[in-house]
Design a protein around this ligand. Structure first.
Ligand code: SF4
Length: 158
């Protein structure tokens, strides 16, 4: 298992290989078979891996709070909806929800736990989505981003 602090640098080394593999899957994979394989690998990986030891997702991204969660989250934090928004959130540039003002996410405690507890957004509860259905569609959506990253870094020219 790769140490959490090394994941970013190791992923960069394999970026080109990953892009080629994702492109291969896009044109060759059977969606149901791919989901089954993801499920199997997810179970193996997370059988002895505790996500709370890493929290890289909370450190690297803003938390994304759906509009429908606002009342519940505000109450959980002992605030009015308006206070909650004012203190922690900005309107998301995509969709109708909100995101935290800062990176790391404003709801991450010093010990790495989420201050929203069970009220944390569904997108955080299911991250990194490796046991969720329709993995092929997810791989498709990340391809343009990977192309742009590699093009910007000049890696596709080599
Ligand atoms: S809301 Fe909680 S689980 Fe989600 S990114 Fe922020 S700290 Fe992490």
């Amino acid at each position: 298992m790769i140490a959490p602090e090394k994941i970013e640098s190791e992923a960069k080394k394999k970026q080109r290989e990953n892009l080629a593999f994702r492109s291969f899957l896009k044109f060759n994979a059977d969606e149901d078979t791919l989901d089954e394989q993801f499920q199997k690998l997810h179970k193996e990986l997370f059988a002895d891996h505790d996500c709370s030891n890493c929290r890289n997702c909370c450190k690297m991204y803003q938390g994304s709070i759906p509009k429908d969660d606002l009342e519940r989250d505000a109450e959980y934090m002992g605030l009015s909806k308006e206070q909650f928004i004012e203190k922690y959130l900005v309107k998301s540039t995509m969709g109708s929800g909100y995101e935290t003002k800062n990176v790391p996410c404003d709801f991450m405690d010093q010990d790495g736990n989420c201050r929203l507890g069970d009220c944390k957004p569904d997108s955080c509860k299911t991250f990194p989505y490796t046991d969720q259905p329709e993995r092929l569609g997810s791989l498709h959506s990340v391809l343009p981003w990977m192309f742009s990253q590699l093009t910007a870094s000049g890696e596709l020219l080599g």
